[in-house]
Design a protein around this ligand. Structure first.
Ligand code: ATP
Length: 322
């Protein structure tokens, strides 16, 4: 549905987005994931039309958008810090775009009601932005975009400013919303968990380049690069005879039997996380620390500074790059 064909972006002679070709399917939830400065926002702004690609083309349903101004593209953008109209109430803010589209009053009312219900804003529709918390304002921005029912919604860290609980709620709400409305979402985040939880596919970016594109399951189970393996999940990289591989934390086991272990190390941290606990180990044999996730049934005593043996089933080794 959206096609990026050899899209590149240079700023002042510096390559910020290396040639990128990507097809985003209709109704897909696609996430651009990567550390700060890797070019995610620039890609989103090119799709929206706020930046021109230095090279390449962007197509929506086969039509070339590359030269179209933002307001002639059937898509909406939600930023992390979205400026609402300060002199308008929540419902007037949402209504603004609907009025511009000259929709009949009844349909406008229905769309506003639906959008505020979905974003849990129903009791706040008569308030002005300065009477809302940052998180509530952000939900208004999302409600406003949803009410427009665009073909594509572009979201740039839309939950970045929210507290954890609200963020978790809105993650599921947004995912549910996207499924039920069938809108294509292109979502930018640097939060791996958020990307894993919400996306149909994830594009892992690093330094303006794509490291890997895949479903959450694929990028977790079969990372194709070292960066992808360390950026998704935990940094559990091991090596043997020059071969690098990862073993996910839930696949490692801890033992007091150091002689029978595959690696040994010192415990540098023990984190109790409720249903599980996590032991961080500085290995003797390698520079890396590894995390081991143990369920609460594991009654062995692990203390910081203590010795631990590490074991795993070699079938759980994730070869990087294969
Ligand atoms: P973040 O998560 O911090 O928003 P990002 O992955 O979205 O990061 P971009 O905002 O796309 O990254 O920026 C990518 C690179 O391009 C950065 O090094 C940034 O400094 C540079 N850049 C972005 N916009 C411009 C501009 N208008 N002029 C010059 N350089 C720019």
């Amino acid at each position: 549905m959206i096609e990026l064909a050899g899209v590149e972006k240079h700023f002042a002679g510096q390559v910020v987005v290396h040639p990128l070709s990507l097809t985003i399917k209709e109704g897909e939830f696609l996430t651009l994931l990567g550390p700060s400065g890797c070019g995610k926002t620039t890609i989103l702004r090119m799709i929206a039309g706020f930046e021109q690609p230095s090279k390449g083309r962007i197509l929506l349903d086969g039509a070339d958008l590359t030269k179209l101004p933002p307001n002639q593209r059937d898509l909406n953008l939600v930023f992390q810090h979205y400026a609402l109209f300060p002199h308008m109430t929540v419902e007037d803010n949402i209504d603004f775009g609907l009025k511009m589209k000259k929709l009949p009053a009844k349909e406008r009312r229905e769309r506003i009601e639906e959008a505020v219900a979905m974003t849990q804003l129903t009791p706040l529709t008569k308030r002005y932005p300065h009477q809302l918390s940052g998180g509530q304002q952000q939900r208004v921005a999302i409600a406003r975009a949803i009410a427009n029912k665009p073909k594509v919604l572009l979201l740039d860290e839309p939950l970045g400013a929210l507290d954890l609980q609200l963020r978790k709620n809105l993650q599921s709400e947004l995912k549910h919303l996207q499924r039920s409305l069938g809108i294509t979402f292109v979502y930018v985040t640097h939060d791996q968990d958020e990307a894993m939880m919400m996306s149909d596919r994830i594009v892992i970016m690093n330094n303006g380049q794509v490291e890997q594109i895949g479903t959450p399951r694929e990028v977790y189970a079969k990372p194709t690069t070292l960066f992808a393996a360390t950026f998704i999940g935990e940094n559990n990289i091991l090596s043997e005879d020059g071969r690098l591989f990862a073993v996910r934390p839930e696949k490692l086991r801890g033992t007091h039997d150091l002689d029978g272990a595959m690696r040994t190390g010192e415990i540098v941290d023990v984190q109790y996380l409720g249903s599980i606990h996590k032991v961080i180990v500085q290995l003797d044999e390698e520079p890396m620390t590894v995390s081991i996730v143990l369920d609460s049934e594991d009654t062995q005593e692990w203390v910081v500074g203590g010795r631990i043996g590490v074991l795993w089933d070699t079938r759980d080794e994730v070869n990087i790059g294969s």
